[in-house]
Design a protein around this ligand. Structure first.
Ligand code: TYM
Length: 340
């Protein structure tokens, strides 16, 4: 094989994913997304974005948003992502995201966006600010993914509908202009794709709900213990996985399994007859063990603002180079006048 053929054979597939810097990250974000980012980093070319443009679809305090972007970079790195191997940067620093989103807006139908369940939920939660950005949020997400010719998108199950729309938009565009975009696949974990609220286990664990409903990534061991001790279970006392009839108990079993404690059924069998107190103790141990290395590394990193800034600056340059390659191709295809 020639050198070029070798390089092509070695070319890894591309992963893109993002997290909003819009508040405390939860155990749900960690299990559904972040943890898988780390697992995938050696086998793929990975791009992990801090999606500040998505965050502003809900009103943000500017000073908090600014701080949270660097904090999220610290979380990415503290969870084990090597910033030399993975692109970690802010979405707003690469203008191609917004530019491609505008173009894709013109290839997306109102009816498609109207069907998005997250839009319905968010507009109910922010009835005083149902802005157009909230409505076209999934189009920006499609632009994020398609700019990098992404093969795989690791996300929790709540993003599945957005991902399907992204595929539809890409296929529609390719149908008109030829093979411009790679059609991405979702990478949704088998266990832990939807971690539930500790207080209302029929609902997704979410940072926008009250504190005692979620475990924050930076909660200390005592807080984690207290929140899990108070988690809603049920009254029959049996430890078994049955999300429909026993959502609280099943959620704790899923959390343990996703954090590496074994298969769900094996954990349930081992805890048989031991009571919910023991189930909660064991869940607490697993969570504390998973989060404490991340937390100490985070504390060290977040103090070094200059380092974090240099990571996002450097990586944004590489991301912009890659993104502009796709953007220029798209602009040419749709007939924008050439640049001199
Ligand atoms: P965001 O910031 O709401 O959440 C980040 C990731 O965490 C996952 N997640 C969960 N997984 C399991 N259980 C939960 N309770 C839970 N809560 C959140 C989410 O599925 C997500 O993977 N729109 C995206 C960000 C985004 C993006 C992208 C993702 C923007 N552009 C392109 C992938 C590709 C979002 O709001 O995630």
């Amino acid at each position: 094989m020639s050198e070029i053929q070798n390089a092509a054979a070695e070319k890894k597939q591309v992963i893109f994913s993002g997290i909003q810097p819009s508040g405390t990250l939860t155990l749900g974000n960690y299990i559904g997304a972040l943890r898988n980012f780390v697992k995938l980093q050696n086998d793929y070319d990975c791009i992990y974005c801090i999606v500040d443009e998505h965050a502003i679809t809900v009103r943000q305090n500017p000073a908090d948003l600014r701080r949270r972007c660097l904090e999220l970079a610290a979380i990415y790195i503290a969870s084990g992502l090597d910033p030399k191997k993975n692109l970690i940067y802010c979405q707003s620093h690469v203008s191609a995201h917004a530019e491609l989103a505008w173009i894709l807006n013109c290839f997306t139908y109102m009816g498609e966006l109207n069907r998005m369940t997250q839009f319905k939920a968010k507009s109910a939660a922010h009835a005083d600010n149902i802005n157009a950005g909230l409505f076209t949020y999934p189009v920006l997400m499609a632009a994020d993914i398609l700019l990098y010719q992404t093969n795989l998108v690791p996300v929790g199950v709540d993003q599945k509908q957005h991902l399907e729309l992204c595929r539809d938009i890409a296929q529609r565009f390719n149908g008109i202009y030829g093979d411009v975009f790679t059609i991405p696949e979702g990478y949704i974990p088998k266990v832990g794709a939807k971690i539930m609220s500790l207080q209302e286990p029929e609902k997704k664990m979410s940072k926008s709900d009250p504190e005692e409903t979620y475990i924050a990534l930076l909660d200390d061991a005592d807080t984690i213990r207290r929140k899990i001790r108070r988690a809603v279970t049920d009254s029959d006392g049996e430890i078994r996985y049955d999300p429909e009839n026993k959502p609280g108990v099943s959620n704790l079993l899923s959390i343990m399994s996703a954090l590496g404690a074994g298969e769900i059924d094996a954990i349930a069998a081992e805890l048989q007859g031991k009571g919910y107190g023991e189930l909660k103790n064991r869940t607490t141990e697993c969570v504390v063990e998973a989060l404490s290395p991340l937390q100490s590394e985070y504390k060290r990193l977040v103090a070094d603002k200059a380092y974090l800034q240099s990571v996002i600056d450097e990586n944004a340059k590489t991301a912009a180079y890659l993104a502009n390659k796709t953007l220029r191709k798209v602009q040419k295809k749709i007939g924008y006048a050439p640049r001199g």
